[in-house]
Design a protein around this ligand. Structure first.
Ligand code: NAI
Length: 289
């Protein structure tokens, strides 16, 4: 089966790699040529590392790269059996894209969103065949994180859901079915982790580095909240918090933070922009004031 992935950012590029590693022909599509080139170059580096470590043969690495076609034209999804969308976390944009996608793909193609927080029912409602729409939520980085949340909308056909779940299981992922509620399982549990860390910083209790140090060295977490937010991207993380906050009728437990909003507005997005709560520029001191 051919797989389409829309959006070649942090998530889309990783999902394309996962699908190609599972043996599928993949079309990775983005509006931006630059993002596509970046995704292709990054995959080249990742493959080289895996070959050096002996985890892949040179032949396998070449095949994985060759199976992915890069395109700026969604028309190239016409032969896909599954399209996974991983573009900006905005309900209007996603709905428009799904309505357009439906006019491109064949009648049996399943359409999935990698959204972290938005309503799958609402995305499905933009389609003429809402029963073929579902959420398939990978975690970052998609090639390394085993968990994938599978989210049926109220409209989703059970047969299509089961077949898709089985397909993702066959990609050596661990799938969990979750209801279509804001943030699903993991992003809902994670909101207070980020939110409380940001409050601690805003109250002047401790700085970013100290909070992360306490959580990793003493708390046993693999990554501190600020390192993790920089990894996810502060733009995406802020938008997800805002979306969960609104979707839970402005429950103060999920209230977004101005610190995070200002970081997103300033373009301090984290690793992908070179600066976030920490500095990722080459040779720079990691911690920022
Ligand atoms: P990103 O900002 O890294 O990448 C988004 C990509 O979509 C960009 O390359 C952009 O050029 C492209 N794009 C935007 N509009 C488009 C359109 N109409 N057609 C084609 N391409 C378009 O975003 P990221 O982090 O990859 O997130 C994507 C989705 O995945 C979001 O819905 C997000 O909530 C979700 N997600 C993000 C995670 C993370 O840790 N960053 C984890 C799991 C899900």
């Amino acid at each position: 089966m051919e797989i389409g992935v829309l959006g070649a950012g942090s998530m889309g590029a990783g999902i394309a790699q996962v699908a190609s590693q599972a043996g599928h022909k993949v079309v990775l599509c983005d509006l931006s040529e630059e993002q596509l080139s970046k995704a292709k170059a990054n995959l080249g580096k990742v493959m080289l590392r895996l070959v050096e470590k002996g985890r892949l043969s040179e032949l396998e690495a070449n095949d994985i790269q060759r199976r992915i076609n890069y395109s700026t034209d969604m028309g190239d999804f016409k032969n896909a059996g599954l399209v996974i969308e991983a573009i900006v976390e905005n309900i209007k944009v996603k709905k428009d894209v799904f309505a357009t996608l439906e006019n491109i793909v064949n009648d049996t193609c399943v359409l999935a969103s990698n959204t972290s927080s938005l309503s799958i029912a609402s995305i499905a409602a933009a389609c003429k065949q809402p029963e073929r729409v579902m959420g398939i939520h990978f975690f970052n980085p998609a090639p390394l994180m085993p968990l994938v949340e599978i989210i049926p909308a109220v409209q989703t056909d059970e047969n299509k859901l089961n077949k898709t779940k089985y397909l993702i299981d066959s990609w050596k992922k661990v799938t969990v079915l979750t209801k279509d509620t804001p943030g699903f399982i993991v992003n809902r549990v994670a909101r207070p982790f980020y939110g409380e860390a940001l409050k601690i910083y805003e109250e002047g209790v401790a700085d970013f580095a100290t909070i992360d140090w306490a959580m990793t060295e003493l708390g046993g977490f693999r990554m501190g909240p600020f390192t993790l937010m920089d990894y996810i991207g502060n733009d995406i993380n802020y938008t997800v918090t805002e979306s969960v906050f609104k979707a839970f009728y402005y429950d103060p437990r999920y209230r977004p933070s101005f610190t995070q909003k200002r970081h997103a507005e300033a373009g301090w997005l984290g690793r992908k922009s070179g600066r976030g709560y920490f500095n990722y520029a080459e040779g720079a001191e990691k911690a920022l004031p």
